[in-house]
Design a protein around this ligand. Structure first.
Ligand SMILES: Nc1nc2c(ncn2[C@@H]2O[C@H](COP(=O)(O)OP(=O)(O)OP(=O)(O)O)[C@@H](O)[C@H]2O)c(=O)[nH]1
Ligand SMILES: [Mg+2]
Length: 293
C-alpha cells in the first residue's frame, strides 16, 4: 500500500510531511542567519491551527510579524477578537485580504521596518551601510505566502496558485527598496496535535486533496460550523435543523443536484463540492476557532 492510499484509509491520522517539506525546513533553518525577521503567514479562519509548531520553534529568536491572511473569508467579528488576542500577546499582527487590501503593502512594510529597526541601528553603529531589511515569509502550504510577496512587490514575482505545494524552493525577492522577502515552500509538521486541527487544515486546502477522505473532512467541518454558526448551513440546504451532519451533507447533494444514477445523493461529490464552496467563501464567512477568553 503506498503512502497516499495509507493516509486515505487512516482517516483518524491525517498527515502530510513528505521529504520535500523536511528539505525545505532544513534549508530555511540554514537561511535564518541571513534573515532579520519572520513574516509568519497564518489563516485568519484558524489562527492557531495554522501555526506550524516546527517553524515557531525554529524561528523563535527572530522578530515576528503575523499576517492573518484570507481575512475576506473569515468572520470579521472573530478577526477583531484575534487581533486583540495577538495585541495582548504583544505580537505584531495584521489581518489582510491579500487579493484586495490596497493598504496592505504600506502597513506590512511599515511594520517590518519597525520590527527590524534595532538590527539596522546596530549595523549603523558598526559603520555598515544601511541595507534593505530581510524577511523570511513562512507558513503552512496554500496560506498566501507567495501572494503576500506579490502584493508587496506589486508584481507577480512569486508563483502563486490555489493548491498546496506550489512554491518548491527558497527565493529572495526584492519586494521594495527597503525590504527583501524570501519566499519559502509551505511546510507542515509530522503529527497534528489533534483531529480537529487536522480537519481544519484539510478543510482550508492546506493538504493535498488526493490524500484525504473528503467525506470525513466535510462531515466534521459541517459539525464545527454548525457549532459556531448555528443555522447558516441549515438555511443554505433547506434543512429543518434536527438533521445529523451526514444528513446535512446529503441535503447539500440534493440541493446541488449531485445524485447517483438511482437518484440517491452522491456523497463523494457533495463532500468535494462542499469543501470547494467553503474554501471560496460561497457559504459565508466563517472562523473555525475562536480565541480563548
Ligand atoms: N480569498 C483569498 N485568497 C487568497 C488570499 N491570499 C492568497 N489567496 C489565494 O490562496 C491561494 C494560495 O496562495 P499562494 O500565495 O500560492 O499560497 P502559498 O502560501 O505561497 O502556497 P505554497 O507555495 O503552496 O505553500 C491562491 O489561490 C491565492 O489567490 C486572501 O487573502 N484571500
Ligand atoms: Mg508559495
Amino acid at each position: 500500500m503506498n503512502q497516499e492510499q495509507n493516509n486515505k484509509d487512516m482517516n483518524t491520522a491525517i498527515s502530510w510531511y513528505p521529504g520535500h517539506m523536511e528539505k525545505a525546513r532544513r534549508q530555511m533553518q540554514e537561511s535564518l542567519k541571513a534573515v532579520d525577521m519572520i513574516i509568519e503567514v497564518r489563516d485568519a479562519r484558524m489562527p492557531l491551527a495554522s501555526a506550524n509548531p516546527l517553524l515557531q520553534k525554529m524561528t523563535a529568536a527572530k522578530p515576528r510579524l503575523i499576517i492573518l491572511a484570507k481575512s475576506d473569508l473569515a468572520d470579521p467579528a472573530a478577526t477583531e477578537k484575534w487581533i486583540q488576542y495577538f495585541q495582548n500577546e504583544e505580537t505584531a499582527c495584521i489581518s489582510a485580504d491579500l487579493l484586495h487590501d490596497a493598504s496592505f503593502r504600506k502597513k506590512a512594510i511599515q511594520a517590518s521596518l519597525e520590527l527590524t529597526s534595532a538590527s539596522r541601528e546596530k549595523m549603523k553603529a558598526k559603520g555598515m551601510r544601511p541595507r534593505a531589511a530581510r524577511a523570511m515569509a513562512a507558513g503552512i502550504p496554500n496560506v498566501g505566502k507567495s501572494t503576500l510577496i506579490n502584493r508587496i512587490s506589486g508584481r507577480n514575482s512569486a508563483k502563486a496558485a490555489d493548491k498546496p505545494g506550489v512554491t518548491r524552493s527558497l527565493l529572495w525577492i526584492h519586494a521594495d527598496p527597503t525590504l527583501d522577502i524570501m519566499d519559502t515552500p509551505g511546510v507542515l509538521w509530522p503529527k497534528f496535535e489533534d483531529q480537529k486541527t487536522a480537519i481544519m487544515l484539510a478543510a482550508a486546502g492546506t493538504i493535498k486533496d488526493t490524500l484525504l477522505d473528503t467525506k470525513v473532512i466535510a462531515e466534521t467541518a459541517i459539525h464545527i460550523i454548525r457549532d459556531l454558526y448555528q443555522d447558516v448551513l441549515e438555511k443554505e440546504y433547506g434543512a429543518a435543523g434536527n438533521e445529523t451532519d451526514m444528513q446535512i451533507l446529503e441535503l447539500s447533494a440534493i440541493k446541488r443536484n449531485l445524485k447517483r444514477e438511482g437518484g440517491e445523493a452522491d456523497i463523494e461529490r457533495a463532500s468535494m463540492q462542499f469543501l470547494l464552496e467553503l474554501r471560496r467563501g460561497r457559504l459565508g464567512r466563517f472562523t473555525l476557532e475562536m480565541p480563548h477568553a
